[in-house]
Design a protein around this ligand. Structure first.
Ligand code: DGI
Ligand code: FE
Ligand code: FE
Length: 202
């Protein structure tokens, strides 16, 4: 059985990334307790610790890992090194640390999100965005938005869905301002969670 120490001692990441990773673990456990109390917090922690395991690997090494693990890449993914680490970390979580499919999927989708995410996927995706050491303005804003929504909404899942929509809006606006391409998963996720919110209003 892989435990947190096995992952932490195998990790080759900067102090800054380690701080972020530990922040994601804390935030993920809080989000899980608030919205998905049935989730196993030990598993949530392992997913969080692994999520950026390969983030600082050079682009060439990312591509080598994609080839090694037969990860099929779209042209967009191939041309955007930032999109590769989620996939390679998920494969390492599975192959090297024997983590469950649920955990590996949460790692796999943590950068782009996707429609109809599982509780594990939501928890890691959102924790990555709003963990307390994230300092860029958009993350601070989303963290505040989530806290406010939780205190305002009677139904916690409405607060969660609103926060997810806001996160995709923020990412999409940022990528447009940087003249970057946007993954279809991110668009589809935004559409899906907007539809979910509409369903709450009926
Ligand atoms: O690894 P982290 O920095 O903790 O966070 P992350 O895995 O969410 O990666 C964030 C980066 O990924 C950020 O620079 C924007 C980029 N990104 C997210 N979605 C997309 C994207 N880049 C492109 N080109 N397209 C996307 O849809
Ligand atoms: Fe990441
Ligand atoms: Fe991260």
């Amino acid at each position: 059985m892989t435990d947190a120490n096995a992952i932490l001692s195998a990790m080759t990441i900067s102090e800054r990334r380690l701080k972020h990773t530990l922040g994601v673990a804390e935030a993920a456990k809080e989000i899980a307790k608030t919205h998905f109390p049935a989730l196993d917090l030990k598993q949530v922690e392992l997913a969080a610790l692994m999520h950026d395991f390969t983030k600082e690997y050079p682009y060439e090494r990312q591509l080598e890992l994609c080839a090694k693990y037969s990860i099929e890449l779209t042209d967009e993914e191939r041309n955007n090194p930032k999109l590769l680490h989620a996939k390679t970390a998920a494969m390492i979580a599975s192959e090297r640390f024997s983590l469950s499919t649920e955990i590996c999927n949460a790692i796999y989708w943590h950068t782009t999100g996707k429609p109809a995410m599982s509780p594990f996927e939501i928890v890691i995706y959102l924790a990555d965005y709003i963990e307390e050491f994230r300092e860029d303005a958009s993350c601070v804003k989303l963290r505040e938005f989530y806290k406010k929504a939780l205190s305002k909404e009677l139904d916690k899942s409405v607060a969660l869905n609103k926060t997810l929509v806001k996160s995709f809006d923020t990412t999409i606006k940022h990528l447009i301002s940087e003249e970057q391409t946007i993954c279809k998963d991110t668009f589809e996720a935004r559409n899906y969670y907007i539809d979910q919110l509409r369903a709450f209003n009926f």
